[in-house]
Design a protein around this ligand. Structure first.
Ligand code: GAL
Length: 965
C-alpha cells in the first residue's frame, strides 16, 4: 500500500527539481519576478543556466527530446529557442505547424523534461539563417523589414498572431508549461524613436496574444527605458569572435562592471554568450571552433561572468544542428554544429562535461543567486586576480581566481588572504590559504577556480576549500559532497565539526588535522583518482568524494521526488525515479561499465532502462552495478550507384514552353530600378535553391559578350556561382556579381533563334540589418548582349510550386529548381532502373548537372542510438558542388573545391535505421574537371539508449505524380 501511494505521489512530482519549481507538475499560476540579483520563480531565486537550441535545425521531433534531456542532465535549467518565421511560412498568409514544425510538441517536451524555455519568436532572429528568419516572400514587398512600413507591419503581426498563442499556451505563469521569458525582436542596434515604437508595437501584440511572462531583449541592453522598453534587457557577447582558424587565439575578458552597476532593476543577463562559433564556407571547420571555445574558455569566461555578478547566462549554441535544405544564410554551410557543447550528431563533448561541472555547482549552491562583491586582498602573485562575492543573507563567500590577463598561459602559484568564519555565525577573520606547509594555490595555464567559504550544506559547515565544489546531496542519512581539482594539484578542505570526529579514509590518500580549539577539521590531499572520506562526529555523517576533473565529470546530479540524487558513471543519465525500494534510471552507455548510485535509504534494487540489474552495496553506502553497452555495428558500403544526366535545359531544343515568362511589369522589391524585364527570382516565387533561366534572341552575328548581373548572396563573394551555355556551348562558370561571358562568333546562329541557358545558385537571403539587405534580389537582375543590343526574351524555372510546394512536409526550403528536383529524382521510390550503373569516384569532363542514386538497407539495433552521416571524400582539385538527399530530404550542400564540410549527419527519423534508405546526389559540375568522389556512410557514435525515434513522414515518388517538369 505504501508503495502505491508513494508512486502516485511521485508521478505527480516526477522530474521535480528541488532548486526551482517543477515545471511539468506545476499546475496553477506562477509568478516570474526578478530584482537586480536574479530571476525569481514564485519568490524563489534561480541561477538561469541556459543553452540555445533550434528545433528547425534538427528535423526529427523525437530527437528534440534527446537534446532537451541531454541539456537537463548536463546541468542546464533553461533552453533558449528561436522560432523561425520563414520556416513556418512559405507564402503570405500560410503558416505550418505540423510534423517537424510542431512547436506545441516541442514545448510539451520541454515541460516534460522539466526545463525552462526562453522563447524568441523574433520577428527577426538573425541566427545565420536565410533572411535572418524573415520569410523570403517579404522580398517581393516594398516595406523595409523591421520598419513601420504598413506591409511589413501587417506581415509580422500575422506571424505573431500564429506563434504567440502557441507560446502563450506553454507559459509557466499559466501553469501550463515552462516558458518563463519572451524576447522582443533581436539585436535591434539602432535605438531610434522609430525602433522604440516598433518594439512597443511587438510588445502590445504579444500581450494581446496572451503573453504574460516578462519581456526581455537581446539588444546590448538597449530599450532599458522609454517607449517599448523591455523588462529584462540583455547583452550578447562573443568575446573570441568567429575566426576559428587560430583556435589558440583568445581575446580579453570584458567584465561588464559598469553595466552591472547601471542595471538597478534587473540582473546582468546574457541572452547570448559565446557557446561556440559559426564557421563559413572554406572555413577552419567545427573541430577548430570547438577547440577555440573549449572547456578552458568555458571555465575562464563563464566563471568570470559569475564573478561579475551575472545570474542569467545563456550559451549560443549548446546544440547547433544542421542548415539542412536551404536554411543557411549566405556564408555559412550546411553544418551549424557551432563547435557547441553537444555536437551536430548529438554527441557529448568535453565542453558539455565542463558545462555540467559549473551548472551542477550553480544548481546546488543557491547562495550564488544573490551576491554582492566585496573587497578582498589581491593574491600574493599579481599575475593572478581574485574577485570576492558574498551572499548578504547567509554569508556564503565565493572567491573567483584566475589570471589577471585571461589570455595568459603561464603557470602561477599563490596564496590568498580570505575572510572566514570558523563556525556558523562566528565573526569572520582573515586567513592565508592554503594553510598546509609548502602548498600553494595554482592556476596552470588557462584556468579558473571558484572557491567556497562559510558555506552551510546539509547539516555541515564548510569553513573553506581550495578545491572546486561540485555539489552536495543528502542520501541515506548522510550528507555527501563532491569536490574536485586539477589532476595532481594539492587541495585542502576545512570543516567545522561540533566534536572531534572519526575520520575514515575509505579510498585514496587523505590526511586529517583536528584543531580542538577551533573545532575544525582540515583534510589535505592531492586531486587524482576518487578519494572517499567519511567524517563522523558532526550533526550528520559526511561522505566527502574528492577527485580530479575527470572524476567529477563522471557524476550526475539528477532530480527525483526524493530530492537530488547522485550517480556516478554512464555516458548519460537522463532521469531517475525512486519507487519503494527500487531506483529506475534511464540513460545511455557507450561501452559496458560500472555505475554507482548514492541511493536513498532502503533502496537496493536498480533498473536501468527498464531492466533489473544486479547491485552490490559498498562501504560508502552506495550501490554499484555493471551496465551493458551497445553492440558494434557495421554500416553497408555504398557500392551500387546509378547515374543520369541532369541538365536537359542546356540543350537548345529543350521544351521550356511551360516555364514562367519573366513578364512581370512591376515588383515591390525596393532594389528594383524600374527596368524591364524583371528577372529577380523572388519576384516569381522562386525563393530557395538553384534557378534556371533560358533566354532566346535572334542573333545578328555581332554579339560579342553576354553581361549578366547575378545575385547569389551577400557581396556575392560567398561561393554562389552561375554557369552559362549558349546553344549548348558552355560559356563558363563565374561567381555571382556583374559578370562578362565572351561569345565566340561560331557559337551564334545568325538570323536564327539562339538559346541561353543559365543556372544560378542562391546561397540564401542576406540577414537583415536596417537597410533591407534581406530583400536583395536573387538570381539575375540584368542581362545584356554587347556588340549588338539584341533583346533577349527570358523564361525562369525554380522549385516546383514556388511558394506553393507540392507538399509542406519537407517544406519550401528543401528543394530548388534543378530538373531532377522538379521531376522527383530526389525522392525515395523514384524508378531509376533505367539509369546507367556507375562506380564512385567518377570523373566528369562536361560542365552541367549529373544525378547519382543508390540505396542503403540498414538493420541497426532498436535500442541503440547510432547517428549516421553521409561522407564525401575527394581532393579539392575537382570543381563541383553537390546536393545530398536522403529519403528526399536535402541534408547537405557540398562544394568540393571550397569545403570544409565532408560529413553530413542524417538525423534518425529522416534516416530509417531499420529499412531501405534512398540516397540521391545532384552534382553541378562547374568546370571541365568535375565528377563525384567516394561516398560512404559513417557512424558518428554508438550508444545503448532508451531513446526511441519515430520515422518522419517522407513522401515518396508516385508514378504519375510528376509531370514532365
Ligand atoms: C548574435 C545573433 C544570433 C547569431 C549570433 C552569431 O548576435 O543574435 O542570432 O547570429 O550572433 O552566431
Amino acid at each position: 500500500m505504501r508503495r502505491v501511494v508513494s508512486s502516485l505521489l511521485m508521478a505527480a512530482v516526477l522530474a521535480m527539481p528541488t532548486a526551482w519549481p517543477a515545471p511539468a507538475a506545476a499546475a496553477g499560476h506562477h509568478r516570474i519576478g526578478y530584482d537586480h540579483y536574479s530571476l525569481k520563480i514564485d519568490g524563489k531565486r534561480l541561477y538561469m543556466w541556459s543553452g540555445s537550441f533550434h528545433y528547425w535545425r534538427l528535423p526529427s521531433p523525437d530527437l528534440w527530446l534527446d537534446v532537451l534531456e541531454k541539456m537537463k542532465a548536463g546541468g542546464y535549467n533553461a533552453v533558449e529557442i528561436y522560432f523561425n518565421w520563414a520556416y513556418h511560412s512559405p507564402r503570405r498568409g500560410v503558416y505550418d505547424f505540423h510534423g517537424i514544425r510542431n512547436v506545441d510538441r516541442l514545448l510539451d517536451m520541454a515541460a516534460k523534461v522539466g526545463i525552462y524555455v526562453i522563447a524568441r519568436p523574433g520577428p527577426y532572429i538573425n541566427a545565420e539563417t536565410d533572411g535572418g528568419g524573415l520569410p523570403a516572400w517579404l522580398a517581393t514587398e516594398a516595406g523595409r523589414p523591421r520598419s513601420p512600413a504598413p506591409d511589413y507591419t501587417a506581415a509580422y503581426r500575422q506571424w505573431l498572431r500564429h506563434i504567440d498563442p502557441i507560446i502563450a499556451r506553454h507559459q509557466l505563469s499559466n501553469g501550463t508549461g515552462t516558458v518563463i521569458l519572451y524576447q522582443v525582436e533581436n539585436e535591434l542596434w539602432n535605438h531610434s524613436p522609430e525602433n522604440h515604437r516598433y518594439m512597443r508595437a511587438i510588445e502590445r501584440q504579444a500581450r494581446a496574444d496572451g503573453i504574460t511572462v516578462p519581456l526581455m531583449g537581446n539588444h546590448n541592453a538597449g530599450f532599458q527605458g522609454g517607449i517599448g522598453a523591455v523588462e529584462l534587457p540583455g547583452y550578447d557577447s562573443y568575446p573570441l569572435g568567429f575566426d576559428c582558424s587560430h583556435p589558440g587565439r583568445w581575446k580579453g575578458f570584458y567584465a561588464y562592471h559598469d553595466e552591472r552597476q547601471a542595471l538597478t532593476k534587473s540582473p546582468l543577463f546574457f541572452p547570448e554568450y559565446q557557446g561556440g562559433a559559426f564557421d563559413t564556407w572554406g572555413g577552419a571547420g567545427y573541430a577548430a571552433c570547438r577547440k577555440l571555445t573549449g572547456p578552458a574558455f568555458e571555465r575562464v569566461f563563464y566563471e568570470s561572468n559569475i564573478a561579475a555578478g551575472s545570474t542569467m547566462q545563456n550559451f549560443y549554441m549548446t546544440y547547433g544542428g544542421s542548415n539542412w535544405g536551404w536554411l543557411a544564410s549566405p556564408g555559412v554551410y550546411s553544418s551549424y554544429d557551432y563547435g557547441a557543447a553537444i555536437t551536430e550528431a548529438r554527441r557529448l563533448t568535453p565542453k558539455y562535461a565542463q558545462q555540467k561541472l559549473i551548472g551542477t555547482l550553480l544548481a546546488s549552491v543557491p547562495a550564488i543567486d544573490k551576491t554582492d562583491v566585496f573587497t578582498t586582498p589581491a593574491p600574493d602573485n599579481t599575475a593572478l586576480q581574485v574577485v570576492g562575492r558574498v551572499n548578504p543573507d547567509n554569508g556564503t563567500r565565493f572567491y573567483f581566481l584566475r589570471h589577471a590577463d585571461v589570455t595568459s598561459r603561464s603557470d602561477e602559484f599563490t596564496h590568498l588572504r580570505v575572510q572566514v568564519a570558523d563556525a556558523p555565525g562566528a565573526a569572520t577573520h582573515a586567513l592565508r590559504i592554503p594553510q598546509q606547509a609548502g602548498s600553494t594555490l595554482r592556476i596552470h595555464g588557462r584556468d579558473a577556480k571558484i572557491l567556497l567559504a562559510d558555506y552551510r550544506f546539509g547539516r555541515q559547515y564548510l569553513v573553506y576549500s581550495t578545491s572546486d565544489w561540485l555539489t552536495s546531496v543528502t542520501a541515506d542519512g548522510r550528507d555527501i559532497a563532491v569536490l574536485y581539482g586539477r589532476k595532481g594539484e594539492a587541495g585542502e578542505t576545512v570543516l567545522h565539526v561540533a566534536r572531534r570526529p572519526q575520520v575514515h579514509v575509505l579510498d585514496g590518500q587523505v590526511s586529517s588535522h583536528w584543531d580542538a580549539h577551533l573545532h575544525s577539521l582540515r583534510l589535505d590531499y592531492r586531486h587524482g583518482q576518487l578519494a572517499r572520506v567519511l567524517v563522523d562526529g558532526g550533526r550528520r555523517p559526511l561522505l566527502l568524494l574528492i577527485g580530479d576533473n575527470a572524476v567529477a565529470e563522471r557524476f550526475w546530479r539528477v532530480d527525483t521526488a526524493h530530492g537530488p540524487l547522485l550517480v556516478r558513471g554512464a555516458y548519460l543519465l537522463r532521469s531517475a525515479r525512486v519507487t519503494g525500494d527500487e531506483i529506475a534510471l534511464r540513460g545511455d552507455t557507450t561501452a559496458p561499465g560500472p555505475v554507482e548510485v548514492f541511493a536513498p535509504q532502503g533502496v537496493h534494487d536498480l533498473r536501468w532502462n527498464g531492466r533489473a540489474i544486479a547491485t552490490q552495496a559498498t562501504a560508502s553506502h552506495s550501490l554499484t552495478a555493471s551496465l551493458p553497452g551497445p553492440r558494434p555495428v557495421t554500416l553497408p558500403t555504398l557500392a551500387h550507384w546509378r547515374m543520369h544526366a541532369g541538365a536537359p535545359e542546356i540543350a537548345p531544343g529543350f521544351d521550356d514552353s511551360r516555364w514562367r515568362r519573366t513578364d512581370l511589369k512591376h515588383t515591390g522589391n525596393p532594389f528594383w530600378d524600374g527596368r524591364l524585364p524583371i528577372l529577380n527570382a523572388d519576384a516569381y516565387g522562386f525563393h530557395h535553391g538553384n534557378v534556371w533561366y533560358r533566354g532566346r534572341f535572334t542573333a545578328t552575328g555581332s554579339e560579342r559578350n553576354l553581361l549578366l548581373d547575378a545575385h547569389t548572396g551577400i557581396h556575392d563573394g560567398n561561393h554562389g556561382v552561375l554557369s552559362v551555355w549558349l546553344n549548348g556551348h558552355w560559356l563558363g562558370t563565374r561567381s555571382g556579381g556583374e559578370r562578362k561571358f565572351v561569345i565566340a562568333p561560331d557559337q551564334l546562329k545568325v538570323g536564327q533563334d539562339n538559346v541561353l541557358s543559365v543556372l544560378v545558385s542562391n546561397m540564401g537571403h542576406n540577414q537583415e540589418g536596417h537597410s533591407g539587405d534581406s530583400q536583395e534580389p536573387r538570381g539575375l537582375t540584368a542581362a545584356t548582349l554587347t556588340g549588338a543590343l539584341t533583346p533577349i526574351r527570358w523564361r525562369i524555372q525554380g522549385a516546383r510550386g514556388g511558394e506553393t510546394p507540392p507538399n509542406l512536409v519537407r517544406g519550401p526550403m528543401n528543394n530548388g529548381g534543378l530538373y531532377g528536383e522538379r521531376a522527383g529524382w530526389s525522392l525515395p521510390g523514384y524508378p531509376d532502373a533505367h539509369w546507367a550503373s556507375v562506380k564512385l569516384p567518377q570523373k566528369v569532363a562536361t560542365p552541367g548537372v549529373v544525378w547519382y542514386r543508390t540505396s542503403a538497407t540498414l538493420d541497426l539495433p532498436a535500442d541503440q542510438d547510432l547517428p549516421v552521416a553521409v561522407k564525401i571524400s575527394d581532393t579539392p582539385d575537382r570543381h563541383y558542388r553537390a546536393l545530398i538527399f536522403v529519403n528526399g530530404w536535402q541534408v547537405g550542400r557540398y562544394i568540393n573545391d571550397t569545403g570544409p564540410q565532408h560529413v553530413f549527419p542524417v538525423p534518425t527519423g529522416i534516416l530509417d535505421p531499420r529499412g531501405r534508405n534512398s540516397i540521391a546526389i545532384a552534382v553541378w559540375n562547374t568546370a571541365e574537371r568535375g565528377g563525384l568522389g567516394k561516398v560512404s556512410l559513417v557512424a558518428q557514435g554508438n550508444t545503448l539508449t532508451p531513446l526511441r525515434v519515430h520515422l518522419n513522414d517522407s513522401p515518396a515518388f508516385k508514378l504519375g505524380s510528376r509531370r514532365q517538369p
